[in-house]
Structure formats: structure tokens, C-alpha cells
Design a protein around this ligand. Structure first.
Ligand code: SF4
Ligand code: ZN
Length: 420
């Protein structure tokens, strides 16, 4: 990340050196937690006349009024205006909040949308850090990095719990839903181009994500629309157009254009990449996959584990163990990192038979994807309640018990061809 403004008016330091800083519970003054209380972070495009540039408003209590160690609500709306601004840029700007807020010394941020989590350290609080300073950081960073499209910027930060509930449910969620619906109507066939993303080459030098409408980046944070907007905002930046005029095999999702692009963007480290196969030239993985999927030979299927899952999988490996054989920007047939939303995609492992291969997922992940996954299974194979057939840690963490469960449920993977 490039941050040009270094003298933001806040009482603590602001630098990318603080990005990896973790604030432990005992060192924390207060926290904000979207998984427990109503929170949201949002960019909203407004008319220039509606915005007073550099105005920062806090609606509700300041940190001083919050109890030491308490969990609170927070919702910030960054209003922007500019003649080149487009609503499609909103999520791209929002996604950067994570980096911006993490660059504050003594402040930690994870998550996005209405699931963000922020901690302010006791040291930062003692140095005089206040909620309004989050606004200063967002203002300065957005104006600085998105100066090509943002002419005016105003920040409203809500800490009043009732206001946070209102902003989350009445303003933010309807906007997030609308964005997701727009993406849902797009298919890989309905667009003319895909996009590359090489944002992660800082850590995985040969890694290239090929982002399509039905396959988002493996971090889960870059959809095709986001990649498109990123390219428009920064034509020489991390997301480049990949044409798809010369298909090789539609079932595998292989194209001469895609191969040429990954060769170029990986500096020759990759030669062939397919979009829809986990066995043949699968996409590489960096380190920030939301999930990892790996083949489970006893059931002819695949097991998926998400990063949050701390337990054992039927592969005899935990998530970190699976991650150690998947990351680093290399191709590992049989293992693949991917985003959570990809699980319900009609293009998920299409070459190997698709989502019918999924035999196991942690319960929490299964519940998260259930609605969308069941809809896809219904549409593709006419299977009702497909997630009921998929094992989880409450029924099996070893292959024998899993196969027994799958047999009992009549899981379709058992009758499919072996993957190896
Ligand atoms: Fe981009 Fe892929 Fe990294 Fe996500 S995981 S930031 S899509 S390179
Ligand atoms: Zn990455």
C-alpha cells in the first residue's frame, strides 16, 4: 500500500509498520465487534452539495465514556463526492479501511462490511486517541489514495447503539445485498473479460488470482465487479483485463488468453491455469484463502476447511496443516485455496463434477453457505437440502466414519468416478 500523507492529525503514529500489530485483551481499552453487536463500515456516494469536506462527526459516546474492556457498537459512513466517482468504487474503497485503520499505532482492525472488529489499546487511549481520530484517518487516507475520484469527503461515526442498529439494518445491509444481487446475475459466460489480481505478490511472488463473476478471489474480498472497479481506478494497478477469446476447454475453464496472462503476471513461473479444475493446472494459492479444499480419496470427494475452524478434518489435517501444503503461490493439484462464496458457485470444481463432490465441511461453514449451496444443488442436480448430506465435525473427523455417514445419506460423490 502507498500512503503519502504521513502527518495525519492524530495523537499516535500512523505507518504501515503497525499493520501487523495485535492488541491482546489485557492491553485493550475498548473493542467494537460486529459479530456480537451492530456495526457497519460503508462508503456512500453523495452529491457534492451534500458534503462538507473534512467534516468529522461522532454521534454517540466517545471512548472516554466507554467502560474499560467493554464491547461496543460502531458504524462509520464515509460520504464521498466527485465527478468521476461511481457506486462500483464504493466496495473497493471500503476494502481499504482495513489497511488504513490497522496502520494506526495501538488500533487493530479485522473483517469488513458489518462484521468488522476494532480494538483500541490502553496506550493509544492514554495518548489521547479518540473515535473521531478514526474519522481523521479515514478522511486523509481516502482523499489521498482515491484522489482521482474523490473530491470531497465527510465522515460520520456512530457509536450510539440505537443509531448503529439503524445504520446497519436500514442503510448498510440493503446496500450490501444490492451489490451481491448485481453480482449474482452475472455469469462467466455473460462477460467479455476476466481480471487478474496480483495484490498478494508482495508475499507470494508468483501468485496470480484470475477473478471471474462466478469465481471471486481466494481471499473472498475481490469480486469480479471489485476487480473491474480496481482496474478503472488504477489502470496500471493490480487488476488487469484478461480477454477470453481463445478457449481451449470450456469444461476445465482453460483459455489461451488466461494462460498468456498468468505467464506474464507470474513472470514465467506459471504456464497453464484452469478456472474450474482442482486436479489439472489449478489456480495457485497465496496465503490469504478463506477456505482450503482438498481431495478425500475414500469418498471420491473433497473436504473444505475454513480459516476459523480450529479442529481436525477427515484428511487427518487441521486448517494450518492443509494451508502449509497449499500456499506460497505454487500449484498443488488436489488442494486449492478459495473464497467462501465460491462454494456455492456453479463453477466450483466443475471439471471434476462440481459441488456434488463436497463431502465434509465444518458445521459453522456449512451453515454459512447452506442457503446458497442448497439453491445451486437444486438447480444443477435437483437435490433438495444438499447440505444435509455433507458431513461435519459433529458426525465425523475420520474417513471411515465419514464414508459411513455419506452412505447412510446417499451422498452422490460415492457413486462418482475416483478423482485420482
Ligand atoms: Fe487479489 Fe487474490 Fe490476493 Fe485476493 S487473494 S487480494 S484476489 S491476489
Ligand atoms: Zn493473498
Amino acid at each position: 500500500i502507498k500512503i503519502k500523507i504521513t502527518n495525519i492529525d492524530i495523537p499516535v503514529a500512523f505507518a504501515s509498520a503497525f499493520e501487523g500489530e495485535i492488541i491482546r485483551r489485557k492491553d485493550m481499552q475498548v473493542e467494537f465487534d460486529g459479530s456480537r453487536v451492530d456495526c457497519a463500515e460503508l462508503v456512500q456516494t453523495c452529491d457534492a452539495s451534500e458534503i462538507e469536506d473534512h467534516k468529522i462527526t461522532v454521534v454517540g459516546p466517545e471512548v472516554d465514556d466507554m467502560e474499560l474492556g467493554s464491547k461496543n457498537s460502531i458504524a462509520y459512513v464515509v460520504k464521498v463526492a466527485g465527478k468521476n466517482m461511481q457506486p462500483d468504487f464504493e466496495p473497493v474503497i471500503e476494502r481499504k479501511f482495513h489497511n488504513y485503520i490497522n496502520c494506526i499505532e495501538g488500533v487493530y482492525h479485522t473483517g469488513q462490511r458489518d462484521m468488522q472488529r476494532i480494538r483500541i489499546s490502553i496506550d493509544a487511549f492514554n495518548a489521547g486517541f479518540k473515535i473521531k481520530h478514526i474519522g481523521e484517518v479515514l478522511y486523509a487516507s481516502v482523499k489521498n489514495e482515491f484522489d482521482a475520484v474523490v473530491d470531497k469527503c465527510e465522515v460520520v461515526i456512530y457509536t450510539d447503539p440505537a443509531e448503529c442498529t439503524r445504520v446497519r439494518h436500514e442503510v448498510a445491509i440493503p446496500i450490501f445485498d444490492k451489490r451481491d444481487e448485481r453480482l449474482d446475475t452475472l455469469t462467466d459466460e455473460s462477460v467479455d473479460v476476466y481480471y487478474s489480481c496480483i495484490l498478494c505478490q508482495a508475499f507470494s511472488p508468483s501468485h496470480v488470482c484470475v477473478v471471474t463473476p462466478e469465481r471471486l478471489g481466494l481471499c473472498g474480498a475481490v469480486s469480479w465487479l471489485d476487480a473491474k472497479a480496481t482496474h478503472q481506478l488504477d489502470p496500471n494497478g493490480p487488476c488487469q483485463v484478461i480477454t477470453k477469446e481463445r478457449p481451449i476447454d470450456e469444461n476445465l475453464g482453460s483459455y489461451e488468453d488466461v494462460d498468456e496472462a498468468v505467464q506474464k503476471f507470474s513472470q514465467g513461473a506459471l504456464e497453464h491455469v484452469t478456472l474450474y479444475s482442482i486436479m489439472q493446472d489449478p489456480m495457485t494459492s497465496c496465503g490469504c484463502f478463506e477456505c482450503i479444499c482438498g481431495i478425500e480419496p475414500f469418498s471420491n470427494g473433497v473436504v473444505i476447511a475454513n480459516r476459523e475452524y480450529a479442529g481436525m478434518t477427515p484428511l487427518g489435517m487441521t486448517f494450518p496443516e492443509m494451508a502449509s501444503m497449499t500456499g506460497g503461490g505454487v500449484q498443488t493439484p488436489g488442494f486449492m485455496g478459495h473464497g467462501k462464496h465460491f462454494i456455492s458457485s456453479k463453477k466450483f470444481m466443475k471439471a471434476e463434477g462440481g459441488i456434488e463432490r463436497i463431502v465434509w465441511m465444518p458445521k459453522e461453514l456449512k451453515e454459512f453457505v447452506a442457503e446458497r449451496l442448497n439453491k445451486t444443488a437444486q438447480e444443477l442436480y435437483g437435490i433438495e437440502n444438499f447440505t444435509d448430506m455433507i458431513g461435519d465435525e459433529t458426525v465425523a473427523t475420520d474417513p471411515e466414519a465419514l464414508v459411513e455417514y455419506l452412505t447412510e445419506k446417499g451422498h452422490p460423490a460415492l457413486a462418482m468416478d475416483p478423482m485420482m
